[in-house]
Design a protein around this ligand. Sequence first.
Ligand code: HEC
Ligand code: HEC
Ligand code: HEC
Ligand code: HEC
Length: 195
Amino acid sequence: MKTIFQIVFKNWKTTLAALSALFVFSLTVGIGGAYLVGWTGKEEFCISCHNMTYNYNEYKGTIHDTNRTGVRATCSNCHTPHEPGPLMLAKLKASKDIFYTFVWPTIDTKEKFEAKRAEMAHTVWKGMMESDSATCRSCHVADKMSPELQSVKAQARHAKAKTEGKTCIECHFAIAHKEPEGPGPTELFKKPETK
Ligand code: HEC
Ligand code: HEC
Ligand code: HEC
Ligand code: HEC
């Protein structure tokens, strides 16, 4: 019985070549993948499908698109998780949208989009309720807000949010798109008990 060591040592040239090839291959896949993740996170990519006819024009001009300081939140800032694991999972899940664009179009006309809006909004709300509005919190740090600079109403509601354990999306939904018909996130979804 030859040990692995003997095999590797005897064929060290082949082993070295194989390892180098593996290294170059992983590097290519890694860099290619990184570019793909970067490219698919861009606003231009999202609005190549979610174009001016329906969703994009609603976001245009909102506080997250344009404001005094020019610090923006675009599609993926709110819609895709920021941690690498959940990010890759979200990308995998979203690949269904390629099917729903080219094979069985579900939102290719204004009418179809409106008919599907509430269902899609519910998907987003559910995710945000479960994550305690994680994507919002990647920019807005509750503890770092200066209440004294906020309106009296905001101060009161945010204090209430803290004591009642409410999450951002329960009060701040429909901030980037039209409000869908029917009940909001609080009525529809539960937050995880652990939170
Ligand atoms: C290839 C076209 C295409 C691209 C590119 C695309 N989408 Fe979509 N998206 C769709 C389609 C089609 C649906 C409807 C899917 C369905 O019927 O379930 C959808 C649904 C959604 C929904 C509703 C919730 C859900 O998961 O169904 C959100 C939110 C969304 N897209 C955000 C984005 C964001 C953010 C980007 C950019 C990172 C993006 N989309 C890029 C085609 C696309
Ligand atoms: C990429 C960073 C980023 C993300 C993600 C983000 N925001 Fe914001 N948000 C901002 C910026 C920047 C402003 C505007 C600040 C200014 O007025 O200059 C803002 C403003 C706001 C305002 C104030 C609105 C007003 O009219 O004054 C609310 C409310 C808000 N965001 C809620 C949310 C919620 C809820 C989410 C998640 C669904 C979210 N934000 C996600 C960066 C972000
Ligand atoms: C219980 C409901 C509630 C919850 C939960 C809540 N907010 Fe608010 N928020 C409000 C109200 C009401 C205002 C004031 C809106 C107005 O004056 O028109 C406000 C205002 C704001 C503003 C603008 C402040 C200003 O003075 O310009 C920001 C930013 C904001 N909220 C972010 C958040 C974020 C981020 C979360 C989650 C960490 C959150 N809010 C959770 C109700 C809530
Ligand atoms: C500030 C955070 C924020 C930004 C920026 C944002 N969205 Fe959304 N999006 C939401 C939330 C929250 C919902 C759930 C419905 C609601 O509350 O409006 C949603 C819902 C949707 C839906 C489901 C249909 C609907 O209208 O409810 C689609 C599709 C979508 N977003 C695509 C996009 C695209 C494309 C962009 C970039 C042009 C974008 N979103 C930018 C927060 C955001």
